[in-house]
Design a protein around this ligand. Structure first.
Ligand code: DGJ
Length: 372
């Protein structure tokens, strides 16, 4: 079977008498780490510190059992984005305790993302958290911090979002705080509109829901949490406090009733971009993209960024992160997950360059590619 490592060996070439390794990515192939083990960092994101990249993601085990957290969040480090050293579990689940209050084995920890706070000098991780045996009903976010990028991270708190706060773009009906509980609204892709029930009002006191999520650290040092809320129907963007460990209370609703999942945010030429997916469980769907001059909107939805065969299912992947290589907004890499819910540990990684046609992000399939 083709792997990243084998392709790399094939790519060894002689240059002026010295060996020069070409860094070749092969999307969807098994991707061995320094121990020869397929990288286990699903729904992940990358933090760059100096010339080292840290890849954080969900550790999954074999079989369908791997669809919930059995180990925790794993981290890898790399200088070239191809060769990754296993740094181990940096946020472990608690094993063995029958009534562990938090992060117990079998809980759900999804889409961990880490940013660095240069003022507090802390590495701050946010993740989607569901206590064990609650399916996706709690819709909490967990926050953990560490003094080093490889942890260990210590859980600070978890819970709902922005309790007691209305969004910047609240409608009069949200301020009325009248929830219509008559209608059941389990989420998914129901035709009913979230405002016909007033889900903002329903969750006003206890806090808004958050499932799929990402973090975005802006050039001015402000950090944002972006997540699927209101039973997945509507994306929220929340400004974090100066420590990046709590909400500031300022947030907005985006793409109301569009059921956006898997948000990945980046900035280019002063504009904010989102690559997202629709909401179809583990099954892939057509990617989505949007652009805005301000993070608070107005957001303009663009076309599916994927082009070519299998574009309708995002090359059988779902977005998780867009990486500016060496911080350069001209070299953007799409990171997606090819989930395998029957054997979660064998989920694959689809990394591809993001190019642009005007302000439309474009992602084309390539069997292999290099950063050059
Ligand atoms: C799609 C989400 O993007 C994943 O993170 C995960 O929550 C699955 N749904 C669960 O079905």
């Amino acid at each position: 079977m083709k792997t990243h490592a084998i392709i790399l060996l094939a790519a060894l070439s002689l240059s002026c008498g010295s060996r020069r390794e070409e860094i070749i990515f092969t999307p969807g192939a098994p991707w061995p780490d320094n121990n020869g083990v397929h990288i286990n960092a699903h729904g992940g994101g990358i933090l760059q510190r100096g010339d080292i990249y840290y890849w954080y993601g969900e550790h999954k085990v074999a079989g369908a059992a791997g669809n919930v957290a059995r180990e925790g969040v794993r981290c890898y480090s790399s200088r070239d984005l191809l060769h990754w050293t296993d740094e181990g579990i940096v946020l472990p689940v608690v094993k063995g305790a029958r009534h562990s209050p938090v992060l117990e084995e079998g809980c759900i920890i999804e889409r961990p993302k880490v940013i660095y706070n240069s003022r507090t000098k802390k590495y701050v991780m946010w993740f989607h958290y569901e206590p064990a045996n609650h399916r996706y009903d709690c819709s909490y976010s967990g926050v953990a911090t560490a003094d080093s990028p490889t942890g260990r991270f210590k859980l600070l708190h978890y819970g709902r979002q922005n309790a007691g706060c209305l969004p910047l773009n609240a409608l009069p009906l949200h301020a009325s705080r009248v929830y219509n509980p008559e209608k059941n609204y389990p989420g998914g892709s129901l035709p009913r509109h979230p405002d016909s029930l007033n889900l903002i009002a329903r969750d006003f006191d206890g806090g808004q829901m958050a499932r799929d999520m990402t973090l975005f650290l802006d050039d001015d040092g402000k950090a944002y949490h972006i997540y699927s809320s209101e039973n997945n129907s509507t994306l929220h963007v929340s400004l974090l406090d100066d420590d990046y460990t709590n909400y500031s209370g300022t947030y907005a609703r985006l793409f109301v009733n569009r059921f956006m999942e898997a948000p990945a945010m980046f900035k280019r030429e002063g504009r904010y971009y989102l690559i997202m997916s629709g909401c179809t469980g583990w099954a892939p769907n057509a990617g989505r993209a949007a652009v805005a001059d301000s993070i608070w909107g107005t957001w303009e939805e663009l076309q599916n960024p994927f082009r070519g065969e299998d574009a309708g299912v995002s090359f059988r992947s779902q977005s998780t992160f867009v990486l500016p290589v060496q911080g350069e907004e001209t070299r953007l890499v799409y990171m997606g997950d090819r989930w395998n819910p029957k054997d979660a540990i064998d989920g694959r990684y689809i990394w591809l360059p993001v190019t642009f046609e005007g302000k439309q992000p474009v992602i084309r399939w390539m069997d292999s590619w290099t950063l050059q």
